[in-house]
Design a protein around this ligand. Structure first.
Ligand SMILES: [Zn+2]
Length: 160
């Protein structure tokens, strides 16, 4: 039962979907399930060896994992990170993942994003990333940087 050396993998349930999406863009391998059904969650945890993140006390008691108490996503993120730090969980700097698919983003040549990003973005930025699964294009200044800046400054809620 030692999973410390493995990369942290999270499972966010219905109560923390928005938080789950933020965690993905921050590079955490995060499964999001839109249910709080105890049986479903239990089975998934067993099969995937993920750590549960939930706002449901009942579920946290039954399945273990991390109980979130805050309501705002930014505060939840902070709460989660404090818990992880206190348990000495390695917060590795993993590559960002697609908010929708949990796939690791890949570099995307600039010429491929023509017409898929706003003109001023295309003209000012050189580096883009793309989800290999759904094709969504990401760039600095959107999800990616807002979230990273949040950690640097512990700033206010950034709406994704
Ligand atoms: Zn995707």
């Amino acid at each position: 039962m030692s999973k410390q050396q493995d990369e942290l993998k999270l499972l966010c349930d219905l109560t923390v979907v928005k938080l789950g999406k933020k965690l993905r863009i921050l590079g955490f391998d995060t499964e999001i399930i839109k249910t709080v059904n105890q049986q479903t969650v239990k089975e998934l945890l067993r099969d995937t060896k993920r750590t549960l993140v939930t706002k449901s006390k009942k579920l946290a008691n039954a399945c273990g994992g991390i109980l979130i108490t805050k309501n705002k996503t930014s505060e939840q993120l902070e709460e989660l990170f404090i818990i992880l730090k206190n348990t000495n969980t390695q917060l590795s700097n993993n590559p960002a993942r697609c908010v929708y698919c949990n796939e690791v983003l890949v570099d995307c040549p600039k010429e491929e994003v023509i017409g898929r990003v706003p003109v001023y973005i295309f003209e000012t930025l050189e580096h883009f990333k793309r989800c290999p699964k759904c094709g969504k294009v990401y760039w600095r200044g959107t999800h990616l940087v807002k979230c990273k800046e949040f950690f640097a400054s512990r700033g206010k809620e950034t709406d994704m």
